[in-house]
Design a protein around this ligand. Structure first.
Ligand code: ZN
Length: 341
């Protein structure tokens, strides 16, 4: 399988996140991607390619102009204002409901565009996130030139980022950018199998009849992102019926997961997509520090095998997965399954 990857991802490396009662080590670290790369490196079946260069146009098809200007410029503005620190920019006051005017100053826009305190902006965050989007776009172009499946090894992840909002270690939504790009050539189904709900992707395509969004995830009544991912969110306007959320309880095992995955595949097939984009999170693994499912490494091969049944060109985009000892094997198994080995 062709794999699109850039080592530039390591330039984004927040040291910590703020969680309610204090600062904690940041789990979304460069070692994640290196662990995945080690597991897929050296196979004759895999070819690792750098991303192509793109203009900002395909990214601006998904993300708001003011939002992109904020992400690109805020760290410099923050440093010039004397606020720079090694921890990165984390807002402390948030625009919510009626408290939602946008201030002119970039630094004060942090609480306008960010929805929590776990996702610092570092000096090179924007450039690195943009490169990750380019990985997904390169994968999309490979599908358009006839590849059956391509893996975009992206970091930071993207599925929590909406049109003009970021959080959950995500800044630009690579899967959504790829899906929008591919949708010029036919209908696209995005299937999100990260442990957490892909709230950003859902919000971007909520009223779309060109892109369907299906997500299997931990129930937001008990897990992040808490305010999105409920069963009754079904899309709106032309997109009504094209959004499917499957929230799950704790300790989900392979058989239980496969049962909902098969239903999701059936539902996607009724949409008759020309392409699929899979937001692949492996934080569903039983040892993941952020999750509480009971999925084993061997299950990911079966997940990939079932998804081969979609029988359309498929872009796999890396999202979460934080157990450094298992995530490489989970991804490798999934890719083997979807490729048919
Ligand atoms: Zn996740």
């Amino acid at each position: 399988m062709k794999i699109v990857y850039t080592e530039k991802h390591s330039r984004h490396h927040p040291p910590s996140q703020f969680l309610g009662n204090g600062m904690y080590p940041y789990p979304e670290i460069p070692d994640r991607l290196e662990a995945i790369l080690l597991s897929i490196w050296g196979s004759d079946r895999n070819e690792i390619l750098p991303p192509n260069a793109y203009s900002m146009d395909p990214i601006a098809e998904v993300h708001d102009e003011g939002y992109l200007q904020y992400l690109e410029g805020v760290h410099k503005a923050w440093a010039q204002a004397g606020g720079g620190s090694d921890a990165g920019l984390i807002p402390d006051t948030f625009a919510m409901r009626t408290l939602n005017g946008r201030p002119e100053d970039l630094v004060h826009q942090a609480g306008y565009y960010c929805f929590e305190t776990q996702t610092p902006v570092m000096e090179q965050t924007f450039e690195v996130a943009r490169e990750a989007s380019f990985c997904a776009l390169t994968g999309s172009d490979l599908l358009l030139s006839g590849e059956p499946s391509v893996y975009a090894l992206c970091r930071p992840p993207g599925h929590h980022a909406g049109r003009d909002v970021y959080g959950g270690y995500c800044y630009l939504n690579h899967a959504a950018i790829a899906a929008r790009y591919l949708s010029s050539e036919g209908r696209v189904a995005v299937l999100d199998i990260d442990y957490h709900h892909g709230n950003g992707t859902q919000s971007i395509f909520y009223d779309s009849n060109a892109v369907m969004f299906v997500s299997i995830h931990a129930d937001p009544n008990r897990k992040y992102p808490f305010f999105s991912g409920f069963e009754d969110e079904k899309g709106e306007g032309p997109g009504l019926g094209n959004n499917l959320n499957v929230p799950l309880g704790p300790d989900v095992n392979e058989a239980e997961y496969l049962s909902v995955l098969d239903s999701a595949i059936d539902r996607i097939q009724t949409f008759d997509p020309a392409f699929s984009v899979i937001s692949l999170g492996v934080d569903t693994h039983r040892n993941d520090p952020l999750g509480d499912f009971d999925i084993e490494v061997s299950s990911f091969g079966e997940f990939g095998k079932r998804l081969r049944g979609l029988a359309v060109p498929t872009l796999i985009v890396q999202e979460g997965g934080y157990d450094l000892l298992s995530l490489g094997a989970c991804v490798a198994g999934f890719l083997n399954g979807i490729e048919g080995s």
